[in-house]
Design a protein around this ligand. Sequence first.
Ligand code: PSU
Ligand code: MN
Length: 315
Amino acid sequence: MSAAAPLPAVPTSPGMSISPEVCEALAAGRPVVALESTLLAHGLPRPDNRAAADEVEAAVRVGGAVPATIAVLDGVPHVGLTADEVDRVCADPDLAKLGVRDLPVAAALGLSGATTVSSTALLAARAGIGVFATGGLGGVHRQSADTFDESADLVALARTSLVVVCAGVKSILDVPATLERLESLSVTVVGYRTTTFPGFYVADSGSTVDWSVDDAAQAAAVFAARRDLVPGAVVVANPLPTGEQLDPALHDRVIAGALAAAEDAGVRGKAVTPFVLDHLHRASEGATLAVNVRLVLRNAELAGQIAAALAALPR
Ligand code: PSU
Ligand code: MN
């Protein structure tokens, strides 16, 4: 009689690989925070992105949760990456940028890529992760009336149940139009300790939101209530303190230049956001890069706290 096949060391969800640490935390009901890889691979320049990847994971741990950076490697969605896997994501200049619609192609053809807010949210929710930290959401681009360019992040958040901690939407976008779309899509949006909607690099986008939460426990409670009611995300908008924001005058100047450069270069589709962010990092001599990393770290730590508060709630 042959011996029984050994059990896999790590149980995994169908079609994805979950790291041992993340798997054990989820099985035990301990807090976990998902992190996206597009902001590393396409939003931050090499080689600074590699150090940022470690710092973001460390910030989640300071907040009280286990980090789960998500990417697709050789066709397999990975939830929680080894150091070597983070190296791959951060070093490859040709790594694909994968939204939800790209995931089946990557899976079927065995391709690798970084996951955006839309695809990270989907994969995180499927793995059973309730909280996700990023920098700024994608949204409605400023020329969208001509280009129809609206990030797939918005529709994905309408149907994916998790908390997304962000510094608002990227300020290269049309922020009021993006807030209107989030309303149409019934995505819950709350400010963290403010009703001022943040402007990514700057504390104030010029728009407001209807609701704010005072602490991580309130954010977790809002999500728990939404989860029981209807699928969809709770966006927790966490502004930088004004003392840490990008100088608003520099902000407005470099953004105008970056958008004009993208127009002149004829950049379209999913290349727009990486092109504009890269242009900003250069034009501001690294000031936007430093602020971008800082806001992601703050979001990661808050997300850790919210995940811990969520884990403490009865399910
Ligand atoms: N936040 C950042 N930097 C980024 C992004 C978010 O601080 O680069 C990424 C996210 O992955 C988001 C994507 O989903 O930008 C939006 O791309 P697009 O506009 O093409 O949908
Ligand atoms: Mn787009």
